[in-house]
Each structure stands twice: as structure tokens, then as C-alpha cells.
Write a new protein. Sequence first.
Length: 110
Amino acid sequence: MTSVSEVARNWSRASEKGKGIGLRAEVLDMLNAMGVGELIQAKAAEAERAQCAERIKSSTAGANIASPGTSVEMDLPEPRISRSSGTTKPQDVIAAARRAQRASNRRKPN
């Protein structure tokens, strides 16, 4: 059985040399019993939260500014009222329907 002191020595030596270490099942069990696994998971969760916060910050930071290198703010569009907002205006639809009706009423030459 490997002692904590042996693991500590191997860990230090590998760290000094910039090398990796292999963990046997018994050493992994010992480290987990000491809470190392939980510490690793907590640090991983912390890193993921920081990464998400950075993504959110970078995706919203330039939301209403012009191209890179300028500091002129752009006007934001008016909020839409319904799903069809911003599509063809009713008077345009009516005019198009009237044109189509007139065209279909014309007699075709024989």
C-alpha cells in the first residue's frame, strides 16, 4: 500500500520536472478519501461559470455599437408588437390585390 508521504514525494518530483504521474487505483481511492476529487470538481465548475460569464459578456457587450474601432452607438430598432410586425404593410397588400384583380379581369387575345 502506498502512503500519503510517497504520493506527496512523487507529486512534488513530477511537478518540479514538469512531468505527469500515473495513479494506481489505491492512490486514487486515497486521494478521493482526502477530498481531492471534490476539490477538482469544484474548480471545474468554477471555471465553467467563468467561461459562461465571459461568453455572455462578450455576446452582449457590443450589442448596440457600430463596427469595431468606432464608438458611435447605433439606434436600436423599435420593438415589434406582433409576430407579423415589420412585414408587408396592409395598404401595400391591398394595392397588390387590386392590381392582380385588374390583371385577371383583362381579356386575353384569341
